[in-house]
Design a protein. Structure first.
Length: 210
């Protein structure tokens, strides 16, 4: 099964994608993590993406699509995958279609902007493996240290208040139209993301298994 998670930055896409990935035994492909890995390893695409990421802007389609194509071609994607953070524009969705990748289900997690701002400013991310934590509701066992790999937890530049407003503006202008795009295809389920994580997961699984 090929699944897409939509939603504003900080809506909980990554958390839900991780849970569903475990339940369905298919890989979670986070374009954010892939881009940061390319940036960290100094690849050509990573260096191109750097200025866009740090300004909270969308990375150009050709860079993202090139990295994504390489990832989807790997063996662990043969039985399906979850896209977390892609597509972010109608053009990217159309590129997926033209690549012959037939998406089965799209889950949109809805959260108000005010709540997003609170969530993102408290988020901390492992600089080694990309795992996500929060100062209020998802604390690591040891402050500042990743539970999974022992890496250092940092606040990303795009989670700082001045960048959050820009990211939400970009989301509403460029990514939100994807809801109508997939709704028209009969593949969209909208989920209230302000509830407990378990309630969101239950509704998402019911949609995927329905």
């Amino acid at each position: 099964m090929k699944i897409i998670f939509l939603g504003a930055p900080g809506a909980g896409k990554g958390t839900q994608a991780e849970i569903i990935s475990d339940r369905l035994s298919i890989p979670q492909i986070s374009t954010g993590n892939i881009l940061r890995e390319a940036l960290k390893s100094g690849t050509e695409n990573g260096l191109k993406a750097k200025t866009f990421i740090e300004a909270g802007q969308l990375v150009p389609d050709e860079i993202v699509i090139g990295i994504l194509q390489d990832r989807i071609a790997q063996d662990d994607c043969a039985g399906g995958f979850i896209l977390d953070g892609f597509p972010r524009t109608i053009a990217q969705a159309e590129a997926l279609d033209s690549m012959g990748i037939a998406i089965d289900r799209v889950i949109d997690i809805e959260v108000a902007d005010e709540a997003i701002e609170r969530r993102l400013s408290g988020r901390r991310v492992c600089e080694t493996c990309g795992s996500s934590y929060h100062l209020d509701h998802k604390k690591p066992a040891v402050e500042g240290v990743c539970d999974k790999c022992g890496g250092t937890l940092i606040q990303r530049k795009d989670d700082k208040p001045e960048t959050i407003c820009e990211r939400l503006k970009v989301y509403h202008e460029q990514t939100e139209p994807l809801k109508a795009y997939y709704k028209e295809k009969g593949k969209l389920c909208e989920v209230d993301g302000s509830r407990a994580i378990e309630a969101i997961t239950a509704e998402a699984l019911a949609f995927l298994e329905g």
